[in-house]
Write a protein that binds this ligand. Sequence first.
Ligand SMILES: [Zn+2]
Length: 492
Amino acid sequence: MRGVPLPYLRCLGAGRVSALAPLVVAGVVVAAAPPAQAWEYDLLIRGGRVIDPANGRDGILDVAVSHGRIAKVAVDIDPARARAVVDAAGLVVAPGFVDIHTHVFFGTTDGTYLHNSYQTVAPDSFAPRSCTTTVVDAGSSGWRDVELFKAQTIAHSKTRVLAFLNIVGGGMRGGQAEQDLGDMDAARTAAAARAHRDAVVGVKVAHHAGPAWDPVLRAVEAARASGGRVMVDLGRHVPELSLRDLLLTHLRPGDIFTHVYADIPGRTPVVDAGGRVRPYVLEAARRGVVFDLGHGGGSFVFDQAVPALAQGLLPSSISTDMHLQSLNGAMGDMVNVVSKMLNLGMSLPDLIRRSTADPAAILGRPELGTLGEGAAADIAVLRLETGRYGYVDTSGARIDGERRLECAMTLRDGRVLWDRDGLTARRYDALRTPRPRRRPAARRRRRGPAGAGASRRARCPRPSAGWPRTARPHRGARPSRGPASTRGAHRR
Ligand SMILES: [Zn+2]
């Protein structure tokens, strides 16, 4: 964790830091005295409003982290037992978001839409700063290149990355490649899903414009054979395929219909021209079909969302459909999508449930999206701001709202990946001392670089305006710049 370098704390002496009193710096309490064996927790997040739907929690609680796991969630955990303490008063503490619809197969192949291309986004470039700790790639790769996807994206990401395999073996290359029924092999897709069970959670079918159900049927077959879910992006079919047949005949309970509030050519919208949610859509929801939000660059319009919410068709999961276009469009990021739904009338606890525990359950990964003791310490610290904000849909329409969530801090497996407000950082002016007068150059030469004084200076570097940038407690032990691990700077 970023913070006060401990060698420097030792050098401050009793006049600056009591051996018994903790040092309080910018919301971080670094307890200075107890021996190493006294630290029971690596980090304690104190006094936030903990919203943890998986465990039925909503109240002012402390969250203790140890060895990358949630060690304890309770009222008034003793801060003296923690190596570092974050003051989360006034903030919301929740599980890290689980975004089940993203496109993160980034690469440099030109003209391949969301497959190993410039149009996708590296997970760590957007997820930590939007309090997201798990992203699921929605079919950017298929069975032919899932290994490349793992080597290229998953292996290089601090964000946890899972994947739906595209039923098209070549993945989401766009154009005719996604229309080729000859490359939709259920058996090979299922075999790849089984072989990469650590990362693959299901099968995606998308962008097929033909008149047949074959892509959906093969995706369901592959998912059934590999024990995963199907995610369907229906649209642009000529002639249109029956939404009723998809929802009530082809999809199983637990399968996912994404872009629920879209109104796009070639797909029947869930809300009819009279503003009424189609009854068979509500019936499918009752049967357990998952209605994923999947905002994207063209798949979320208030004309659908507003009447659907009013009539009880809530999104089963909040997701972004992140790619380069949606990132820089009306979608923005996960906290913006959650904020948009908040301003459309959904409650914050409900939204957190549908962004954490519920998507984790949909994926068959209930160990995610929870602050349960023993779970991975994937934690979102959010600030709920009030003011005047605007939210836009993909048709260019806007609503005005008064609430906005901001992501203050994100931890995955106990490591700080994002810390916008420096909740875990030392405060600059708290450690700063007046800059010492420079000795004349001749005197510096006479004393020379060696001797006990130089040795002491090396052990106890003087804090200065440039402390993190220039001073090093020990050679090769540079204090961390920017958010870092809770297991780093304060190790004793
Ligand atoms: Zn998508």
